[in-house]
Ligand binder design. Sequence first.
Ligand code: ACO
Length: 328
Amino acid sequence: MTPLPLYSRITGTGSYLPPRRLSNADMVDLLAKRGLETSDEWIVERTGIRARHFVDDGVNASDLAVQAARSALTAAGRQAAEIDLIIVATSTPDMVFPSTAAILQHKLGVAGCAAFDLQAVCSGFVYALTVADAMIRAGTATKALVVGAEVFSRILDFDDRTTCVLFGDGAGAVVLEASDTPGILATELHADGSHVGILCVPGTVAGGQVLGDPLLKMDGQAVFKLAVGVLESVARSVLAKAGRTAADVDWLIPHQANIRIMQSTARKLKLDPARLVVTVDQHGNTSAASVPLALDHAVRAGQVRTGDTVMLEGVGGGFTWGAVLLDF
Ligand code: ACO
């Protein structure tokens, strides 16, 4: 019997943002047409966001996912046909069913391998990476494509200025392969469903129509308070599991939602602010896509290099949160 691999390792990263970019000034104009006020100063000061990308009509999560996936496959030197597991983390799938992962598989021109979606909102990528790592170490898969892809512009309420300026569309992907060397060192996932109401899209599809409200609702301050607490505790927990300390972390890549939450996490872990990867300014909160987008950006910018220790952290609706510590 072939021995089980000790680790899974990221061998390639990719990402994609749709071309339509809206600056904060564009959002000021867009909201003014609806009789609402906002400003570049308010958005930058409260969130760090300067721009977001929105898809055009007819473009779906799988269209963004396929671009990010191709880029990750190229970086890993792999063909789509070599992949034996596809997981897409998304809260904005193309259809109720089948999964966006199955649609992505077909768009990549392959068939046969396992493919499924994973729904953990903004923690989705960290959840998906943890599942793929476990499946690889269990011998169920050897080469996984793990993707976060979202079209949040479809579920935004453009009459609610407190939420619509925060989110954007995009996709990020990694190829994760069985390896005898690290690799993913430790993972941890959590959820607390008692907080469902503070961040949700409460509507559903039934009887041929949308029942309830199909647009995003968020109690920003409640989310903020929970996020700063759990991001510190889950980071410390995965470090302890891996026998490492915060001083070993070369790069912290938290969910890109709000610069103040990210900086607070880095401060609590006593990390040099220069070790924090920040891309939220360029694409806003892209939910499950944000962590792989930021990782790919940091890799292509020459920040994250082979051998670096990287902490990925997700937090979002559910309430869900989790972290993955890895040697890149
Ligand atoms: N432009 C101008 N003013 C605004 C805007 C806007 N776009 N939105 C709200 N305001 C006003 C409010 O009306 C309020 O005015 P008032 O004082 O006259 O009543 C004032 O700004 C302050 O509003 P707050 O809601 O108190 O602002 P806060 O400092 O809490 O910032 C924010 C809001 C940015 C949403 C913050 O709470 C936050 O980032 N929360 C966390 C969000 C997050 O991290 N989500 C991650 C998970 S996402 C996921 O899982 C899908």
